[in-house]
Design a binder for this molecule. Structure first.
Ligand code: FAD
Ligand code: UDP
Length: 364
């Protein structure tokens, strides 16, 4: 009946479904949640697009990715400029001249370089973990003020046990530029992500509230091939053991005020504050006129079976375990595995789209 059964109406599933449908294939998408858009899902409340599963800022350098998403939505001109609070003092992010000035009082790139050089970890090899990477990049003070405890809260692991790649996501600049991302194209869909996904899925059959594992046999029989975007270890019945994930608890409050924290994202670097960041959703929409405001505290937590696996934890043990599942996935010719959970990768949205484009091209 269908060329593809697509498990998951998140960004990987929706991209794959759109590409396949445009190429004349018939797709059925299912999701165990009762909404589309996966973790990008936004809900319109009090004239504000609420980022229900955490803040989502689209950014990329690839024109083909930007052109693709712009088929389904206009994007606003939002630029992410988070601040980080440490012991009641605010610092600019990503690490740039404002941060160095706030930390040390320096005013020129030369002074900042001298300060970093005086305290940075000097290695004659590549950094082996997040701590070494951070210390060699920005030195002792920034690591101990803005990185170490935030990272421990986020991952519940010692930064020495985490991969250097996690901290390479953050730019370090010797300019007065608070734009969190270096990318050429940035923004947020004008009417929220859910509206963008509705357009992506136009003309495609979607069934919500359907768990693949509860109806596997009947669902498999409906299609020639399966595209699976859920947890890869679950797909193979955890036969080599369970991969680790990090989950989040979101606590949202409505404020009878137009502006609560003056910024979309405020990070909290102190160990004794349980949340990593507070999001004020309306600031993702520059010019939002709502008389109220919604803020969400994001609290990292231990992942358990019934919680959402937001973040794969790419340390040595999990990477080795994933390699075993990856081998099985490659041998499974009737199934395409894609996305954050099925590829067990800390992908951003643009990387998901590239992965879906590549996977689609490789089999068509
Ligand atoms: P998902 O969005 O997780 O979609 C997978 C879908 O599959 C889910 O809807 C799930 O319900 C469904 N599913 C799973 N198992 C089954 C099953 N057995 N049966 C049926 N359905 C199933 N990226 C950025 O580019 N910029 C950002 O600012 C950004 N911020 C983020 C903030 C947070 C807090 C998080 C967690 C992620 C952020 N990301 C960001 C990353 C972005 O969310 C992901 O790259 C993207 O959403 C992954 O898409 P996906 O389709 O792989 O997964
Ligand atoms: N990070 C940090 N302090 C901050 C922000 C980020 O130490 O104020 C580190 C932390 O280890 C985090 C990583 O940088 O997991 C990546 O941060 P990013 O903002 O990209 O995380 P995400 O939005 O994916 O949660």
């Amino acid at each position: 009946m269908y060329d593809y059964l697509i498990v998951g109406a998140g960004l990987f599933g929706a991209t794959f479904a759109r590409l396949a449908t445009d190429a004349g294939k018939k797709c059925l998408i299912i999701d165990k949640r009762n909404h589309i858009a996966g973790n990008c899902y936004t809900k319109h409340e009090m004239d504000i697009d609420v980022h229900v599963y955490g803040p989502h800022i689209f950014h990329c350098n690839e024109k083909k990715v930007w052109d693709f998403v712009n088929r389904f939505s206009e994007f606003n001109n939002f630029r992410n400029s988070p601040i980080a609070i440490h012991q009641d003092k605010a610092y600019s992010l990503p690490f740039n001249m404002y941060t160095f000035n706030q930390m040390w009082g320096v005013k020129t790139p030369e002074e900042a370089v001298a300060k970093i050089e005086s305290q940075r970890l000097k290695l004659d090899r590549e950094p082996l973990n997040l701590e070494e990477q951070a210390l060699s990049l920005v030195g002792h003070d920034i690591y101990h003020t803005l990185i170490k405890d935030y990272t421990k809260k986020q991952w519940k692991k010692d930064p020495k046990e985490l991969p250097a790649s996690i901290i390479k996501r953050l730019p370090v600049r010797l300019t007065w530029d608070n734009n969190y991302f270096n990318d050429k194209y940035q923004g947020i869909p004008e009417n929220g992500y859910t509206a963008m996904f509705e357009n992506m899925l136009d003309g495609i059959e979607v069934r919500l509230g359907v768990d693949y594992f509860k109806n596997k046999k009947e669902l498999n029989d409906l299609a020639g091939k399966v595209v699976f975007t859920g947890k890869v270890d679950e797909f193979f019945d955890y036969r080599f053991g369970e991969l680790e994930y990090r989950t989040l608890e979101f606590q949202t409050e409505v404020h009878d005020a137009e502006n609560v924290q003056g910024n979309a994202v405020v990070n909290y670097s102190d160990a004794n504050v349980p949340w990593t960041r507070i999001i004020e959703h309306k600031h993702f929409q520059p010019g939002n006129k709502s008389k109220k405001s919604l803020v969400t505290r994001e609290i990292p937590a231990e992942w358990k079976d019934d919680s959402v696996p937001y973040y794969p934890i790419g340390n040595t043990e999990n990477s080795a375990l994933y390699k075993k599942y990856e081998k099985l996935a490659k041998e499974c010719e009737s199934v395409v595995f894609g996305g954050r959970l099925a590829e067990y990768k800390y992908y951003d949205m643009h990387q998901i789209i590239i992965s879906a484009m590549n996977k689609f091209e490789s089999i068509n």
